[in-house]
Structures are given as structure tokens and as C-alpha cells.
Design a protein around this ligand. Structure first.
Ligand code: PHE
Ligand code: CO
Length: 291
């Protein structure tokens, strides 16, 4: 996502004014295509029964397993036909206003590069596996597609009101790290989770994190971490419910938020709908930095 330090101030050499670059699909090496295949196969062992039904459905509708990194020229017409979204390539993280403008116009910016074979488990910058495998299946769902466009427009507004930090938390705890309650259990829909073999299991099965019912203003007050597994996940009832909550006018919400303090990542509030009260053991023992 866009909530990191930006490397560039203006589009780098070779990028267009909107920061897009050609995918240049024929330039990917055999090793890079192999990396996609390895990551894809690994997630397919983990995600059935863990990922939300809409995610799995989108994944198969888009046919992202034809051998190697998907060619956007082949993938985009399928996505376009489903929800009117397209995926464009960018060199890396882009400024917030550029990111929001793409979303508001149903274009999802994806990193062009893929992680190196020794980074299969963790990297901080979103690569094409995170962006395409993680995000694009959800964009084939009509309600989620609307939500993401609305988020882009809402981002432009939040920026003008100085409320970006609060809005970014909504993105983080839904688009990147969201869980959903389905009839037979909790499921993953967040891109940061579905694109990670380890967090796919941790987010649902580990006793460490809190899992709390989604509440819009609460989420917008909650801090988050970018360097390790989350210490709290928020659970929505459905994409329709999420859309219903977020399509309302955030003006009065932003006014209220201005007078309220942030909520720490492991804090549980008296009014929280607690689905799992986590032990926080993983984080307290040092997380992925543990000896
Ligand atoms: N409803 C929000 C507003 O009025 C916009 C928004 C929609 C933000 C969906 C995020 C997701 O600003
Ligand atoms: Co992402």
C-alpha cells in the first residue's frame, strides 16, 4: 500500500506522469516466473478452507496459474469484464495522491518486480505476487470493487482534511489484513495475509493475536505494525456489510476522531466484540526477531 516512506518525489525515469510503467512481460526471467509458480503452489496448499469464498472464486475466474507471472495483457480483459478494474504497473510505492487517483478510476497499481528466491517468506515492499495474487482476486467481486473505488475517492477527501492517518488504518485492517466471518468459520480476505504462507495460518489459528468484530471508528483509531504479523485482526460480517459501513459520510466521523486518542495494537476496549482474546505470546516473545 501507500503508507510507507516514498523513495521518489516525482515519477522516475521511464515512468509516465501517473507513475505507470510498462509491465514488459517478456523481460521476466525463467527464475522470476518460477518464483511466481512456487509461491502460487504454496498458497494453494494453505488457502482452501482458510481464504474467503470470494477470494477463491476470483482467483479461479482470473486464471492466474497459467505458468509464471501473469501477463497483464491477458489478465486485464478478464478483470475488466468482471468489474471494470484494470491493473497497471508502477516502479514501487507511489505518492498517496497518485495511489488514490488510480483507485478512484478503478486502476490498481501493482509493483512490476517479483521478490528474489531468498525472500519467499518476507519482504516489506509489495511485489507483483503480493499485489496481483493478494489484491486482484478481490477486485473481481463487484462489492469489493466498489469499495476500493470509494476508498480512492475517500482518500482524496481525507488528504484534504488532514485525516489520512485514520483512513489508512481502515485500508490496513480491511484491504490488507481483513478477516471475514463465514457460515462455517473465520476466513481471510486481506491481501497481506493471503499472499503470506505464514500469516495465512497465524491470522486464523495462532492463539496470540486478538480477533475483534469490525467497528469503523474503532478501526480508524487503531495503530498497526508494518514489520511483523498483526497483533489484532478485525472481522467483518460480509463485503456488503463493509461497504454499507463505509459508504456513509465520513465528515462527522472525522470530526469525532479529532478529539479521540489512538488505540494501541494489543488493547481491548470495553465495547469491543471479542471473537478471540489473544495471548500476545508471539509478539511478547519478540515475534520474527525472536532468538
Ligand atoms: N465514505 C467515505 C467518505 O465520506 C469514503 C470512503 C468510502 C472511504 C469507502 C473508504 C471506503 O469520506
Ligand atoms: Co497490498
Amino acid at each position: 500500500m501507500s503508507d510507507f516512506e516514498h523513495v521518489f518525489e516525482k515519477p522516475p525515469e521511464g515512468a509516465a506522469a501517473d507513475w505507470t510503467i510498462p509491465q514488459d512481460w517478456t523481460a521476466y526471467s525463467a527464475v522470476e516466473h518460477q518464483t511466481w509458480d512456487t509461491l502460487y503452489a504454496r498458497q494453494m496448499k494453505i488457502l482452501p478452507g482458510r481464504a474467503a469464498e470470494v477470494f477463491m472464486k476470483g482467483l479461479s475466474a482470473l486464471d492466474l496459474n497459467t505458468g509464471g507471472i501473469p501477463d497483464f495483457a491477458v489478465m486485464n480483459p478478464k478483470l475488466q469484464a468482471l468489474t471494470g478494474w484494470t491493473v497497471v504497473c508502477v516502479p514501487g510505492l507511489v505518492p498517496d495522491d497518485v495511489f488514490f487517483d488510480h483507485l478512484a478510476n478503478r486502476r490498481f497499481p501493482s509493483g512490476q518486480f517479483i521478490r528474489k528466491p531468498d525472500q519467499l517468506d518476507y519482504l516489506q515492499e509489495p511485489d507483483i505476487f503480493h499485489d496481483v495474487f493478494g489484491h486482484v482476486p478481490m477486485l473481481s467481486d463487484p462489492d469489493f470493487a466498489d469499495y476500493m473505488e470509494a476508498y480512492g475517492k475517500g482518500g482524496q477527501r481525507a488528504a484534504s482534511l488532514g485525516m489520512l492517518q485514520n483512513l489508512a488504518r481502515l485500508y490496513w485492517y480491511t484491504v490488507e489484513f481483513g478477516l471475514m466471518q463465514e457460515a462455517d468459520g473465520l476466513r481471510i480476505y486481506g491481501a497481506g495475509i493471503v499472499s503470506s504462507a505464514t500469516e495465512s495460518v497465524f491470522s486464523l489459528e495462532d492463539p496470540s493475536p486478538n480477533r475483534l468484530g469490525f467497528e469503523l471508528e474503532r478501526v480508524m483509531r487503531t495503530l498497526y505494525r508494518i514489520d511483523d504479523f498483526q497483533q489484532v485482526y478485525f472481522v467483518i460480517d460480509s463485503i456488503e456489510a463493509l461497504k454499507g459501513e463505509t459508504l456513509k459520510d465520513f465528515g462527522p466521523i472525522y470530526d469525532r476522531l479529532k478529539g479521540q486518542s489512538d488505540i494501541g495494537i494489543e488493547q481491548i476496549q470495553p465495547y469491543d466484540r471479542v471473537i478471540t482474546r489473544g495471548t500476545q505470546d508471539y509478539a511478547h516473545k519478540g515475534g520474527r526477531f525472536a532468538a
